[in-house]
Every structure is written in structure tokens, then in C-alpha cells.
Design a protein around this ligand. Structure first.
Ligand SMILES: [Zn+2]
Length: 169
């Protein structure tokens, strides 16, 4: 029992530490500026089958280098239907950083992605095929932000997302 308590404290400590580490985020598309994305695109509606747009689209030439907006552990680097070539990075505050429609994947699952490391390049994979190449970047939080819920379409789901736009500016 005593040992279980100790393990409990360690887990709690790790969780709290994860919440305290500062994020210091950066623009994930190399050379991109605020004119390469629409400032109002987060939770834009209507947005096709997604209904609302849960991230930001940063437009750039195919092959432009992508660096992580914030460092973290690569939980997945591979291909899925809608997102195409995607990378999911777990960063501080237990956030999941989702990078989609990549041309190349330059980091593998379970590697650490540091902030100045190229993790991939901009492309049009997945359901972005035939559209102007862009990086879809979104931030998910498994710890619900209940105060973010509003009466917009799918507004209740906002508790599981973070608007990346003010963080990458
Ligand atoms: Zn998008």
C-alpha cells in the first residue's frame, strides 16, 4: 500500500511537471509569416466533412521545411486517410500537436523532436490532394478546457482543442 502511494505521488509529480514546463512555441513552417495563413481559420464553419476547422492551414511551396512548433515526443509518424502523411507530437501540458498533409516525413515514431529539427516537408497528401500545398497544424488537449466551450457549431468540442494561431504568431 505504501509503495502504491509512492507510485501515485510520482505519477502526480510527472503530470504537474508536464503542466508547468513552458511551451515557447514557434511558426512550424520555415519562412512562413502571418500572411501565409488565415487568422480566422480556427473553428471556421462550415468546413466540409470536418464541419468546423480545428486548426490552422499554413500555405507554402511543396517541400518547404517543417520544424516542430514546440519540442516533444513523436507518438506517430505515418500515413492515414484524411490527414495523409502525418506526425503527432506529445509536448508539455500533455498537448498533442498534429501536423498533416506532409510531403515527406523526416522523423520516426518514438523519436524526440527538438525545436530546430526538420521533421518533414509541406505537401498536399491525404484529402488535400489537388489543393494548394499547406501544413494543417492543430493542437489537442486530452485535459479538457471546459471554459472554452461556447455555442458555436461543435462548440462543446472546443474543450479538447487549443487555438494554435496566437501561439505561432
Ligand atoms: Zn486544415
Amino acid at each position: 500500500m505504501k509503495r502504491l502511494k509512492k507510485v501515485g505521488y510520482i505519477i502526480l509529480g510527472v503530470i504537474v511537471l508536464g503542466l508547468l514546463i513552458p511551451q515557447n512555441m514557434q511558426m512550424p513552417v520555415q519562412g512562413a509569416t502571418s500572411s501565409d495563413y488565415n487568422k480566422n481559420s480556427y473553428w471556421a464553419y462550415p468546413w466540409g466533412r470536418s464541419i468546423t476547422h480545428k486548426g490552422v492551414d499554413i500555405f507554402a511551396k511543396k517541400g518547404t521545411k517543417i520544424i516542430p512548433a514546440t519540442s516533444g515526443l513523436v507518438l506517430y509518424s505515418g500515413n492515414i486517410n484524411v490527414g495523409g502523411n502525418i506526425i503527432v507530437i506529445l509536448s508539455s501540458k500533455w498537448r498533442l500537436n498534429y501536423y498533416a498533409h506532409l510531403e515527406s516525413l523526416d522523423i520516426e515514431t518514438l523519436n524526440w523532436a527538438s525545436k530546430n529539427e526538420v521533421i518533414g516537408t509541406v505537401g498536399d497528401s491525404g484529402n488535400a490532394k489537388g489543393k494548394p500545398p499547406h501544413l494543417h497544424y492543430s493542437i489537442m488537449t486530452p485535459i479538457p478546457h471546459l471554459w472554452k466551450i461556447d455555442d458555436s457549431p461543435q462548440g462543446w468540442r472546443k474543450m479538447f482543442y487549443v487555438n494554435p494561431i496566437p501561439l505561432i504568431e
